[in-house]
Design a protein around this ligand. Sequence first.
Ligand code: AVJ
Length: 332
Amino acid sequence: MYKASASERIEVLNYMKDTFQSDLRRDISLGLTSAQKVIPSKYFYDARGSRLFEEICSLPEYYQTRTELSILKRSSAHIMRNFREMDIVELGSGGNLKVRTLLDACCRTSHAGICYVPVDVSESALVESSIQLRDFYPELKILGIVADFMKNIENIPAGRDSLFVFFGSTIGNFYLMDRVGLLKSVAARMGPDSRFLLGIDMIKPTGILERAYNDSRGVTAEFNKNILNVLNRELNACFDLSHFDHMAFYNADKEQVEMHLRANRNILVDIERLGLQVPMEKGETIHTEICGKFSRKSAAAMAEEAGLRISRWFTDPKGWFSLVELARMDRM
Ligand code: AVJ
């Protein structure tokens, strides 16, 4: 665990319990014996998966990352107008490019009154980006929280007025119930004047959505199939990646892009550490991800269900991506 003296302005608290193996076993036993087979998308992100995702973010077809950053750049002065000195709590912090845009836009002379609170499951990624930020902003204080905010939100300090941020439309990866659950648990930690800046990808013509998940270089296909490498390594499974095809399409009824891995022949996969044999017929799929897409209406409904309301709306000229500012329902 990373320890730093107060003079270094970084403190890191690690709340992670090492339940990776037991979670994985439970999720995969359940997921691969269901009628529609499923592997939860959080298992994409081993070292290689994280690298592939970084690569996806700079693909020409994958507009999300650069569109969100362009909104931030264009609107950050506006977003941070009236920003009092308070904590900035970032869920799933990863890199720090986006939060830097916000920090640059506020408190032009000093960041002494601000505490940046990144929350992430990866301690190494969190420490690395915290050190970079500390060197960038000579007065900024940083309190890193290593935790899974979907499971252990109570590890995030509550009650103070803060700006919560959750970028990247990662909220779209969760099922509807979990989306509202997350918003509710954040809402419960918001002080009366707290705000919550949430990145969401918008519904747009199907062709554009589907190209973003079927890039011409096949990086998304590699990213999708890599989840089988994770199972091969962690569970001694014997998935042959060439027996699967990448599949991603927009499901308009559910307003989500779905990713699957489709067996291109009849197979029987042995998963040694689970003592499980999984038969698959040619054409059958393993569902690996949902990427929810939003409209202004569905975003407002989701916020409302969580006791939040949309106070401001920031978007790009095409309206492809949005940063939604949420406030507690009981505040103007
Ligand atoms: C990390 C959830 C924003 O849903 O677009 C990218 C993950 N999957 N390409 C998304 C992803 C396939 C991504 N998010």
